[in-house]
Every structure is written in structure tokens, then in C-alpha cells.
Ligand binder design. Sequence first.
Ligand code: ADP
Length: 484
Amino acid sequence: MNILLASSEVFPFSKTGGLADMVAALAGALAKEGHEARVVTPLYRGIREKFPAMRKVDWFFHLPLGLKFVQAELWELDVARGLKIYFVDQASYFDRPGIYQEDNFSYADNAERYIFLSKCVVHLARYLAWRPDVVHVHDWQVALVPALLAQQKNEGWGNPPPTVLTIHNLAYQGVFVEQAFALTNLPESFFNTEGAEFFGLLNCLKAGIAYADIITTVSPRYAREITTEEYGCGLDGLLRRRQKDLAGILNGVDYNEWNTTKNPHLFKTYSVGRMAGKKVNKLELQKFFGLPVDAATPLFGTISRLAEQKGVDIQLGALAEMLNTKMQFVLLGSGSPEYERGYRDLVRQFPSKVAVRFGYDETLAHRIEAGCDFFLMPSRFEPCGLNQMYSLRYGTIPIVRATGGLDDSVIDWMQNPRLATGIKFSDYTSRSLAKAIRKALVLFNQPKLLQACRRNAMHADFSWEQTVHNYLSIYHKCTNITSS
Ligand code: ADP
């Protein structure tokens, strides 16, 4: 099949979160299966210098955006057999220091920037000599593509390709003032409660949910959750109406990046059969963080955006309660200054037990995954989550709240001791998390059980080779819908 993907970030060209990893891995896996994947994404600052092999395409965008016309150029990079990336080169929109924001403030023209990107995607879908069988868009930034394609059909393009929208996080919807709708140049008939309108505002993700042929999200449980009022972020009604076209597919893991056997970031490599290396990583990590170096003290870790979604508030509460016992905790995170303060306070309170680093650090992320005994991920909600799956492969027992992809990827010690890969808790409270940490301490003191749990965890397989087939059947399903 020919699949045209579109995303506002793609690893390794741009990344702010799991979206970039997922799109890159999916496109790569499709190409490996013998399909042809092409990805449209912005040419952000610095990409061209880092990837000098890219070529300028003989192509010129000159597209209406409200009352004006905006121009852009196009670059392409062949990444692998069957995988090409198209970069939309519009310097005034994309040649900036940040991707979506600067100094914690979103760019004021984000609607304009990403409506333009969406129009470029539609233009390529229509006019490239290479014809896509499916257009697969990701998140709100390109979620207007299905509506724009529907309008192209109204305007005489006989047979536009079917569309798939993947929601990576329903909490980010791309909501803008009503006037931003004019930038789409869509007829008013698209701006109503069944379409792009959301209480008088433009909601890009909602338009995608309304007009895409199929909607997917990144885990089966999250697909169910978002149809409820509690997790639906105001769109649960529409999602319920589209339930038969809504599917949840758990993200895969790129085990070429995230593994313990061939990994330059680790102090020492290790595997299920050679676990001595894990202990070396633990002792080195304790040393790095300036904590007492002691294999017998259970070490807990977290790597996270410091955002409300990630359960920071209950984690701070649970740690304050539990750190009086024999344990240590390390954190790598970046985000809200208020949460950073919370962790700093914890360090002040327990200086020989807690250590934190703020910022983004890929190497340290691998080292924490390898060096810790337990990984804490108490998210309020979690569409898929990657770190718990990395933890599994690193033999670091994840302690997760039973929500979204966390619930789908971890088997709880109490529910199934024989197959257990981690520890789950349900209530979103510090007390409930503290209880889960207590269970972890019990497990730590039972070496045989701990070993069995680690072995199960390290054998869990979330590779893309499996996941990609789920997407292929979605693509086939939607080509059947539109041709019948
Ligand atoms: P989300 O996309 O909601 O942030 P995921 O768990 O799906 O959460 O993916 C987060 C990705 O970002 C993972 O690859 C994780 O290791 C990485 N990450 C998050 N924070 C940091 C950080 N401070 N330093 C390095 N990597 C980080």
C-alpha cells in the first residue's frame, strides 16, 4: 500500500514526546513490511543542517489561508527503502526556536501554522504523482486534513483517499477562536456541533473525529475510556457516536533504541541470562546521583514530563509517606516549575534518599531505566505510555496506575503472580500509590519472586513487527469502506 502520514513531529527530526517516536516507528515498520510510507512534517529550525542529504523538490505551494495566500517550498529525504520524509519549508511559520512554544507560551499563530501544514498535506495527497491509498494523520495539528479532503471531494476531486486519524492524547485538541475557522476556507457547513465547532470555538481535533473514516488511539483501554465523560475531555459524546469506527492499538517499542544488550548509554549491558550487569548500573546510578551506594536499598525512579497528567501530585504525597522506610528515589523530568519545587522540597526533606535532575537527557533516561529496581508511573490518564514498556524490557518493575496503556501493558503481581510483570493500583490517591510502593518493598525482599517477575517483564514483547499489522488491517478496512 501507499500510505501518506502527517505529523507535526517525527523522530529524529523533531520531538517533544511519544508522538514523534510513534510516527517514525510506524512509518519505518510499514516500509519494512514492503509498503511505501511517506511522512509530511514541518521543516523546523536546524533540521536541514543536521540532515544535509535532503533534497529540494521541484514543487511550490501557493495556498489560500483565509483572505491571503501563503507560499512554501518542499524538501525530501529518503530514510530507507520505502520511506520518504517530506519537509514543508515555510520559514516564517517553522524556522523558530521552539516547535509549539517559547518560554512556556504557545505561539499565538499556532492555528495558522498548522492549518497551513494541513493544507499542504491535502495538496500533496491530491497532486503528487505517487498516489496514496490512505492518508493517516496524527493529533490536532493535522486533524483538519479529513475535513479539507471532504471539501475537495465536494469541489470535484472524484475520489480522495480515505483517512485515519490517530489520537495520541485527547487532552490536546487545538482549540482556537471562531475567527480561526476562516483560515481553513471551508464552507460554514463544516462549522457546526457535528463538525469543527466546539462551543463557538474552532476545535481541530473534533473536526478530525467527525470527518476521518477511522479513528484510532494508542491503546485499547484508552479507546474505551475516551468514550466516557470522565476521560472524554468534552468529546465523549461525539466519540460514542463514532464508536464503531474507533479502535485502540497499543504502541510498539523501538527495541533497536531501547534494549539492555547493545546499548552505548548503559554502564554495563545485561540480559535475562546475565543479570549481574543490572546491579552495576544500579550502583553507578546511585553514585551519579550522590546517593549512598548500596545494592540492598530498593531504588525507585521516574522519567516524565512534569505535568498534571503524570500524577505528580499523588507521587509527591506517596513518597513523603514512604521515604521513611528503607528506599531511594531518583527523578528525571522537565515541565511545570511548581512541580519542580515539589521535588526540590522532597530532596530537602530526604537528602540521602532522593535525588532529581531537571531537563531533557536521553542518556540519563536509559541509565535510570537500567539502574532502578522499580519505575513509578502513577498517571491520572495515559493514552499509551512508553516508559513502562521500556522499564519492562530493562527488568525494572513498573508500578503503574491501571489506566489507558498502562493497564494494557502491565500484568499485576496480585492478579496473576505467575505471569506478573509489575504492580498496579487503581484509585488516584497518594494512599493507593503508597500501598503499591509497600507491595514493591515486599517483592524486593523476596529475591525468587522478584527474579521471576523481572524475567516475565523482560520477555514481554511490544515490538512494532506485531503492531504494524493492526494498522494495516485498519488501512484495508477504510479502503473497503470508501470503495463500497
Ligand atoms: P508523553 O508522550 O506523554 O510525554 P510517553 O511515556 O508516551 O509520554 O513518552 C515520553 C517519551 O519522552 C519517552 O521516550 C521518555 O523516555 C521521554 N522523556 C520524557 N521526559 C524526559 C526527560 N526529561 N529526559 C529524557 N527523556 C524524557
